[in-house]
Every structure is written in C-alpha cells, then in structure tokens.
Design a protein around this ligand. Structure first.
Ligand SMILES: Nc1nc2c(ncn2[C@@H]2O[C@H](COP(=O)(O)OP(=O)(O)O)[C@@H](O)[C@H]2O)c(=O)[nH]1
Ligand SMILES: [Mg+2]
Ligand SMILES: [Zn+2]
Length: 367
C-alpha cells in the first residue's frame, strides 16, 4: 500500500522539474484522506508514512515520495520526523524532497531512547487519535505492563483503547476483568483475528481521517490485526515461539497505512521496554482510583505511610485497593520523578542514602 517508488513529490509532467521548483498542476491526492492536514504558508505539505534513519516516506498532494532529513536533524539538533508527522517539504534539484520542518504535533508517544541509554527522547509516533494497546491472552498478559502503556497513552494526548488479542486461544473473562479494573476510563475489547471475534467493535474508532497507533509487545498480533482490517497481507507477521510467547521482530519500522474504511493506522515493532518520561500527568489519569483516594487523606501532604486518617492505607487494609496496584503505582511514580528531573531525583536519593549510612553508623557506635 505504501511501498512507493522513489519519485518526485512535486512532479509535474508538463514542466522541467529540474529547473524550477514545483508548479505542480492538479493535486492527485486529497490530504484530508490522510488525517487532519494543518495549514502551511509555504512549501509542500506531507504526512510521514514511514520513517528510517536518514529518510522518510511521505504522502503529499502530488503523490507519495521519499524525502531526506536535513543534516541537523540527523545529528538530532532539531526535531526528527517520525511516522504520522506532518512536515513541510522543500524541493531539491535532482528530484528529491527534503524535510524543511516538522509541524507541531497534536499528540505523540515518546519514551527514553534505549540507543542513548535513556538520556534522550525517542518519539514513537505522532498525530494519532487513538492508541490501541494490544495484549495477548496467552501467557503474554501482564497487568503491570498494561498499566505502563496506559499511562504513556494518556500522556500522549490520545484516547487509549485496550485490545486483548487471540481470544481463540483461551478464556478471556478473567483477563478482561483485570484489564477493565486497571484501565479506568478506557474501553477494553476482546478480539481474535483468527475467528474475527470483536473486530466489529473497532469500527467506531476507524472512521475516515482518524489515526490509530498499534502498541504492544512483539508477537501480540499488531500486524495481524492491521492486515485483517486492511484486507490484505500488507505487514509481515511472525510465527510465535509458543514456549516463551515471544514473537519474532517481523515489523522493523513504523508504518502508516490507509485502511479501506478511510482510517489511518500506524503499525509499530514491539518495544522491549516502554520507559517513562514526564508521566506524572498520565499517571494520575491511569491511576484515577489511587489519585482519588489520596485526595481523601486527612493530610494534604500525606505520604501514605503512617499518618492518621490515610485513605490509601484504609483502602489497602480493607482490600478495595489491591496491594499490587498500589505497588505498581509507587514504582511508576518513582520512575516518573526520575524522568521529570533525573538529577534532582539522584540528589535526593544520594542524600537519603547518606542519612541512612549516618543513622547506621550512630546505631553501631551507640551499642
Ligand atoms: N491464535 C491466534 N494467533 C494470532 C492471532 N493474531 C495473531 N496471531 C499470531 O501471532 C503471531 C504474531 O503476530 P504478529 O501480527 O506478527 O504480531 P506483532 O509482532 O504484534 O505484529 C503470528 O504467528 C500470528 O499468526 C489471533 O487472533 N489468534
Ligand atoms: Mg508486527
Ligand atoms: Zn494517605
């Protein structure tokens, strides 16, 4: 669908395309079919359908094309275009486009870049309306991971939708109940690409011009679902090694496709780990139950450890807040603190360790 030949975006069969910048005649493509195109004062507008290290594939009003990144983007001095981005293209003599600017993103999902030891941001995809969070119902199902994805999805600005996949392989009601409890405010659907179960329920999200990004571990069935919705083998899928429920990494880049319904979907390779950036805001949404409890503590700055009138500890004691969910919240909260301000976090931590060491020394000498 999007495997375009290397072609000139501004190609105008009537003009000498090497001599002059585009005077492209009739537009071939209505970009509204590719989302919600922003206005552009100059240059040619395009949406990135696939992103690679040094170039992108773009759809423009004059058809699909390849475009190079500017040198400064390669060295990450400026925004690196990702799949789903709207970009302004310049014409390069020789029949290639070049990215002049990445337009402001409406939504985006980012994580600490594993290639830079987590010190830099890696944007996974941009300008999507829905984040489909896929989790398979075989041994892959992991509530803690789902909580992570939910938090990042809320943070992205899009609407998360949880899809429990491979319903044909097992009983779904337990996982569904757990997912619904964790995914407050997000819809949960149980689906199977094998049997077609639950696919109808996705129609309301897949309206013309809407973009959905597919997220989840490798092997959960993202590409299979994209293919089922697209009605063809557009994305490669992998046989799964059932012993450890890990799929092979068959999807190697992020690809935006247009479905027959008119919706856009972005397929992504599985991510081994979804780190966290600046997620405090997303946390309070994905853990709305915990945040709500904390508001009812007697003390505003309650640490939920030993204060009287602590609503969190009360809920833990009576079991209405599961201990595992609380632990998970505390862990993500700690990571969020680190992501928001790593230096301050490390300073606090070192400070605390010093205090503990001092305390232990004192205890020893007092004995
Ligand atoms: N039984 C069953 N297997 C599925 C289903 N969806 C995908 N699979 C299989 O799971 C494996 C991984 O699928 P793939 O789409 O490549 O996963 P991705 O890595 O998330 O893109 C493939 O062998 C698929 O055939 C499903 O609904 N039921
Ligand atoms: Mg895949
Ligand atoms: Zn409290």
């Amino acid at each position: 669908m999007n495997n375009y030949p290397n072609c000139n975006p501004f190609f105008n069969p009537g003009a000498d395309s090497r001599a002059s910048a585009p005077q492209a005649g009739a537009a071939l493509v209505d970009l509204r079919e590719y989302g919600d195109p922003p206005a552009l004062a100059q240059g040619v507008l395009g949406r990135v359908t696939a992103a690679f290290r040094d170039r992108v594939e773009v759809i423009t009003a004059y058809g699909p094309c390849q475009a190079q990144l500017r040198g400064s983007a390669l060295f990450r001095a400026e925004t690196v275009p990702v799949t789903g981005d709207w970009v302004q293209l310049d014409y390069l003599a020789g029949g290639q486009g070049r990215i002049a600017a990445v337009l402001p993103r409406r939504t985006m999902l980012s994580r600490p870049d594993p290639a830079y030891g987590g010190q830099r941001e890696q944007v996974v995809a941009a300008n999507f309306d829905y984040a489909f969070l896929l989790s398979s119902l075989n041994h892959d199902f992991n509530l803690r991971r789902l909580e992570r994805y939910l938090t990042a999805a809320w943070q992205s600005g899009a609407v998360p939708v949880v899809l429990l996949t491979k319903a044909d392989l097992g009983e779904a009601s337990d996982a569904r109940r757990q997912a619904e409890a964790a995914a407050i405010g997000a819809a949960v659907h149980v689906i199977s690409v094998r049997t077609g179960q639950g696919l109808d329920a996705l129609e309301p999200y897949l309206r013309p011009g809407m973009t959905a990004v597919f997220l989840g571990s490798s092997g959960v069935g993202k590409s299979s679902l994209v293919n089922a919705l697209a009605g063809g083998e557009w994305m490669a899928t992998g046989a799964i090694r059932e012993d450890d429920s890990r799929g092979r990494h068959t999807t190697t880049h992020r690809q935006l496709l247009r479905l027959p319904s008119g919706a856009l979907v972005i397929d992504t390779p599985g991510m081994r780990a979804l780190g966290m950036w600046d997620v405090t805001e997303g946390l309070d949404e994905s853990f709305a139950d915990v945040a709500g409890l904390a508001e009812r503590c007697r003390f505003r700055n309650c640490t939920h450890r030993s204060e009287p009138g602590c609503a969190v500890r009360a809920a833990l004691a009576e079991g209405s807040l599961p201990q595992a969910r609380w632990d998970s919240y505390c862990k993500l909260r700690q990571e969020a603190a680190y992501a928001d301000a790593p230096e301050a976090y490390l300073r606090r931590k070192t400070e605390k360790n010093k205090q503990i060491a001092q305390f232990n020394r004192k205890r020893k000498t007092n004995r």
